[in-house]
Ligand binder design. Structure first.
Ligand code: GLN
Length: 497
């Protein structure tokens, strides 16, 4: 089944003409047909358009096109429903953007297309990327391929589930507080949040502009390096993108871990973390040590404030960003007697409860009288969190933590308790607040506590945090670990129709 391959395996076969872009695209579409009724990763997909792109890729390959020139030539990649693709729906899994069609391509989409990728599909997510489970999608909840009674993580749950279920070779998501790394961990794939400014945000619907980054979900670390190499780089259309040269990430993969120092933050192995997750992460740390890395205990003393700070900064920025959805410019419009009624009816009908909660909270923390007490203070603590990390990176090359305190939880288990849900991001959020990079790589399994499940185990992710623009180091460490362990070879059993 060519849809099960990694990007590296597929491009080797494409180059040898052992398969075609058409064959792999069709295999992905067939797989969606077979399993997506159960997984529900895709909100929609445009099969004729995907096959047309595949035909172009096959023509390029036949004309002598190579993967040196176009690293993703013939590779089907699916996208979170937050990234703009010209002529395709762009909905952020929200009713307020129902029927909205994007008039242009995001920079990452332009770059994927220029690299020869077949860009297809709209992947489910929490509405406007607010959530950790995809239960906040206005349409349906995506299911974890390892146990369909469980959530795939979020907010990029569709992106993670589609890769884990082999419905595409790789996907893109966004990470504002963990939305790439946490679902990657819960679905057993590799997920990378690049350094803030590494990848252009032009064409991504903004949630919290100072935190959002686009990044890949892949089946291997090498594939993540390939995709980042394609999507990274300066973009004059995003003033926060950094004019830092893009290294050859693939070339950085090899070489041992001798001489590398890895920090283990003592604050991250706290109560509330599942003991089996903790055991898997500890075993991974020992493995990294055996591979030659030196493990050093470090302290990130302001970690305990990260979730609180995030929910002030992120909601404040979201309340401003989401003001544009007013019934005039995009998507849904509810008529009203006057303009104000039109706004309030449209926003009342178009936004779901979590988005409303965040807009209200964000407006409150920015309001005069409370601004100093909440927003300003949160920004100060954000600086302390960033300083903690930068101080640590002066001593170590990367930091190792669990990605998520638990494995995938059950659908409905936390959706009634926003505070519980917010705590799922405790290990991922500091990285967004500080702007550095982070990656999740599979590091084993825990027992599925539900007896009789098709897959008796649930994946666990190891998080590696790197300094700003330290992606190459993360790839090197994660690749060495992946090659020394069997986890990435395991696939969930699914009922194919
Ligand atoms: N789970 C976090 C939230 O709900 C992070 C979401 C994200 O990274 N987009 O905001």
């Amino acid at each position: 089944m060519v849809n099960q391959l990694t990007i590296s395996e597929l491009t080797t076969r494409l180059a040898r003409r052992e398969t075609s872009a058409r064959e792999v695209t069709q295999a992905c579409l067939d797989r969606i047909q077979q399993v997506d009724g159960e997984i529900k990763a895709f909100l929609s997909f445009d099969a004729p358009d995907a096959l047309k792109q595949a035909e172009h890729a096959d023509q390029a390959l036949a004309g002598g096109g190579t993967h040196q020139q176009q690293p993703l030539l013939g590779v089907p990649i699916a996208l979170k429903d937050i990234l703009a693709v010209q002529g395709q729906p762009l909905g952020c899994a929200s009713k307020i953007l129902e029927k909205f069609i994007s008039p242009y391509d995001a920079t990452v989409v332009e770059k994927l297309k220029a690299a020869g990728a077949i860009v297809f599909g709209r992947l489910n997510m929490d509405e406007f990327a607010m959530g950790s489970s995809t239960e906040n999608s206005a349409y349906f909840t995506t299911r974890n391929p390892w146990d369909t009674a469980r959530i795939p993580g979020g907010s990029s749950g569709g992106s993670a589930a589609a890769v884990a279920a082999d419905e595409c070779l790789a996907s893109l998501g966004t990470d504002t507080g963990g939305s790439i790394r946490q679902p990657a961990a819960l679905c057993g794939c590799v997920g990378l949040k690049p350094t803030y400014g590494r990848v252009s945000r032009y064409g991504v619907v903004a949630f919290a502009s100072s935190l959002d980054q686009i990044g890949p979900f892949t089946k291997s670390v090498a594939d993540a390096a390939t995709v980042l190499g394609v999507i990274a780089g300066h973009d004059s259309r995003d003033s926060t993108s950094v004019p830092e040269p893009v290294p050859n990430y693939r070339a950085a993969l090899n070489g041992g871990l001798k001489g590398l120092k890895l920090g283990l933050p003592k604050e991250y192995f706290i109560s509330g973390i599942d003991p089996e997750v903790s055991a898997a992460v500890n075993a991974a740390v020992r493995q990294l040590e055996q591979l030659g890395a030196e493990i050093i205990e470090i302290s990130l003393p302001h970690t305990e404030y990260a979730v609180a700070v995030y929910y002030i900064v992120a909601t404040a920025e979201a309340s401003a960003n989401l003001a544009r959805f007013d019934g005039i410019r995009y998507g849904l419009r509810m008529e009203g007697a006057d303009l104000f009624e039109l706004y309030s009816k449209t926003r009342g009908a178009g936004f779901g409860p979590e988005v409303k909660r965040r807009i209200i909270l964000g407006t409150y923390v920015l309001s005069s009288g409370y601004y100093d007490a909440y927003y300003l203070r949160a920004q100060k603590v954000r600086t302390l969190i960033r300083d903690d990390l930068l101080k640590a990176f002066a001593k170590v090359d990367a930091i190792v933590t669990p990605t998520s305190p638990t494995a995938a939880f059950k659908v409905g288990e936390k959706s009634g308790d926003p505070m519980q849900m917010y705590l799922s991001d405790i290990f991922t959020i500091s990285c967004n607040l500080a702007g550095n990079c982070g990656l999740s790589v599979p590091c084993g399994f825990i027992r599925n506590p539900e007896p009789g499940s098709r897959n008796p185990k649930l994946p666990v992710g190891l998080q590696l945090l790197g300094p700003p623009f330290g992606e190459a180091t993360l790839f090197k460490i994660a690749h060495a670990y992946e090659q020394a362990t069997p986890w990435h070879k395991e696939r969930p059993q699914l009922n194919a129709r």
